[in-house]
Design a protein around this ligand. Structure first.
Ligand code: SAM
Length: 322
């Protein structure tokens, strides 16, 4: 079992397979864009699989593939198929914006993917277009239907709650759980503090909960990782609240991250990284990968410093992996 200096069990690795994305969400990517990683800096699937083999043998049992947008990377299905076969892996997930889901859901399911997280911040096509910069709402809805059809379950719908953008859609999203078996999860926006998202502020999960609960009482069910879950008496699906700001869950954080360019990062909000790529591309052994894994975990900070005001993180979300 892997534990850090605060005795937190670490068993979850998020792997970013690309920094590229087919959307331009206003709170994620600045209007001027983000400099792209040169392709040669991005880990190959074989390099990712080598890391995955070493860390799963050492106690990581849960992996989630993310990006950028993971489905824009060619042959992602191959990676999923190979990861699915790792003996130590108990839980394999994928986070996507759903734009390419209609095309890929069947082959992802055949490759062994069981569940999926889809990010969707509005149920109004015009608003979706405004926030993502792309008129692709319908395509995402078709992707969701296809995911249901091929049996990916649970489908977790991730909604970043933004005051002044979608706080008036909270109830509408929650009501989806009366007709769909989705886990609709509201997530507090985390500001990276460099001020390019001034039009948004965090909509607290206390407010989101209150709004839904005053419409119709919701009842707690067993939590799922960092999400506190509830359901309507007559709900099919469940409603989740993820509160990194108002109810910081750092003391129970179990995750580390592998960036698309091969850095192990022990916290979303810490630039403390170790470079695995130089081992992978040099003559480094698996034992050295394991050594860096332990080093990264031992330096995992106690918690983030949010809401940050003037910290200059050297990576933004798309370069870390959300
Ligand atoms: N493209 C994939 C997707 O859309 O799910 C994976 C990457 S995306 C960066 C992962 C998630 O991070 C999305 O749900 C996105 O809304 C969320 N996200 C991005 N920036 C965020 C921020 N500042 N605070 C909270 N969530 C954020």
């Amino acid at each position: 079992m892997l534990t850090d200096n605060l005795n937190r069990k670490i068993d979850y690795l998020r792997i970013s397979v690309t920094d590229r994305c087919n959307l331009r969400c206003r709170y994620c990517v600045p209007a001027e864009g983000i400099a792209k990683l040169p392709p040669k800096e991005i880990l190959s699937y074989e390099e990712i699989l080598r890391v995955a083999r070493v860390v799963t043998a050492r106690g990581i049992s849960k992996i989630r593939i993310t990006g950028g947008e993971p489905l824009v990377r060619r042959d992602l299905v191959y990676l999923i198929k190979e990861l699915h076969q790792l003996p130590g892996l108990k839980d394999l997930g994928l986070t996507t914006n759903g734009v390419l889901l209609k095309e890929f859901a069947p082959s992802l399911a055949r490759a062994g993917l069981r569940r999926i997280n889809v990010s969707l911040d509005s149920l109004l096509p015009d608003r979706y277009h405004w926030i993502t910069g792309r008129d692709l709402y319908q395509q995402v809805q078709e992707g969701l239907l296809e995911a249901e059809k091929v049996g990916l379950s649970p489908i977790k719908l991730n909604v970043v709650a933004l005051q002044g953008f979608n706080n008036d859609e909270i109830l509408e999203f929650a009501l989806l759980t009366k007709t769909k078996g989705y886990q609709v999860r509201f997530i507090e926006h985390m500001s990276f503090g460099d001020g390019y998202e001034p039009q948004f502020s965090t909509f607290s999960m206390f407010e989101a909960f209150g709004e839904i609960n005053s419409y119709q009482k919701i009842h707690p069910v067993q939590r799922d990782g960092v999400a506190e879950l509830y359901r309507f008496e007559d709900g099919i699906g469940v409603i989740g609240f993820i509160s990194p700001i108002s109810r910081c869950f750092c003391p129970s954080c179990r995750r580390i991250r592998l960036t698309a360019d091969g850095k192990l990062r022990n916290c979303l909000f810490s630039d403390e990284e170790v470079d695995l790529k130089c081992i992978l591309r040099g003559v480094g052994s698996d034992a050295e990968i394991e050594e860096l894994l332990l080093k990264s975990i031992s330096k995992k900070p106690p918690g983030h410093m949010l809401p940050a005001t003037n910290i200059n993180y050297h990576r933004r979300m798309p370069l870390i992996g959300g």
